[in-house]
Design a protein around this ligand. Structure first.
Ligand SMILES: Nc1ncnc2c1ncn2[C@@H]1O[C@H](COP(=O)(O)OP(=O)(O)OP(=O)(O)O)[C@@H](O)[C@H]1O
Ligand SMILES: [Mg+2]
Length: 238
């Protein structure tokens, strides 16, 4: 079967700065793939490259077998790829409902967008309760749910998430990881960048470890027992 996402020998960066040095990563149909590694390794750059937000000097990026390197960001979104950004992500002075509808009302007819909205509210009941509140009044966890909800409103086939659990309490992280794992049942393939390496490995079908712009380790849940992973990324905690 053709992979949903195939990144082949990717070399990319920002202007003169080469960040990725020949990266190979694939995401299969209905697969959750995690990308972990230290700060500055180039994890976000992988995702930005897929979205044509970094300078690609070599290599190929394919979505369902078709090269997408030369497409513009909005064309990539139209193909069914969605991106959950790292860091502050909502439109603070728009309501929860407006945040969810942004983008979706450009792509879908209003009844389809409205139906999508109901599905998001089913998944995240807090967002329904706060439907008319401004986004900046939400808690950190609710903000992450809102950002994820907005990505899902685009009905992506492939969702790229950059550190979705950043800044959340352990309890909210746990809830978020359960939600992420459940997206598989909605037929979404996922590439998820995470600083919580243990959790990421646990929910992922496969994990790649990126160091200094190169993939240095790839495997399934068994890599939790790998000494390099244990010592450096899990701090021996478990
Ligand atoms: N817009 C940019 N312009 C120039 N350099 C950048 C830009 N974004 C990132 N970099 C540089 O690229 C390198 C890789 O950054 P990247 O954001 O991909 O790392 P990361 O693995 O996501 O790190 P973190 O875990 O801290 O999010 C870093 O040296 C960073 O300084
Ligand atoms: Mg990053």
């Amino acid at each position: 079967m053709i992979d949903v996402l195939e990144i082949e020998n990717l070399c990319s960066g920002y202007g003169e700065l080469n960040v990725l040095k020949g990266v190979n990563i694939s995401v299969g149909e209905n697969e959750i793939v995690a990308l972990i590694g230290p700060n500055g390794a180039g994890k976000s750059t992988v995702i930005k490259s897929v979205f044509n937000m970094a300078d690609i000097s070599e290599g190929n990026i394919k979505f369902r077998g078709e090269a997408i390197n030369s497409l513009k960001t909005h064309e990539i979104i139209k193909l069914g790829i969605s991106y959950l950004n790292q860091g502050k992500i909502n439109f603070s002075n728009l309501s929860v409902r407006e945040n969810l509808m942004i983008g979706a009302d450009q792509i879908f007819a209003s009844d389809v967008a409205e139906q999508g909205l109901r599905q998001i509210y089913d998944k995240f009941p807090d967002l329904l309760t706060k439907e008319n509140e401004l986004a900046y009044t939400l808690s950190g966890g609710q903000q992450q749910m809102l950002a994820l909800g907005r990505s899902l409103m685009q009905r992506p086939e492939l969702l790229l998430m950059d550190e979705p659990s950043l800044g959340l309490s352990p309890k909210l992280q746990q809830e978020l990881f359960e939600t992420i794992a459940s997206l598989k049942n909605d037929g979404i393939s996922l590439l998820i960048v995470e600083q919580n390496a243990k959790k990421a490995i646990e929910i992922a079908d496969r994990t790649y470890l990126l160091e200094d712009g190169k993939v240095v380790l790839e495997g399934g849940k068994e890599i939790l027992d790998n000494d390099a992973i244990k010592n450096v990324y899990l701090g021996g905690r478990y």
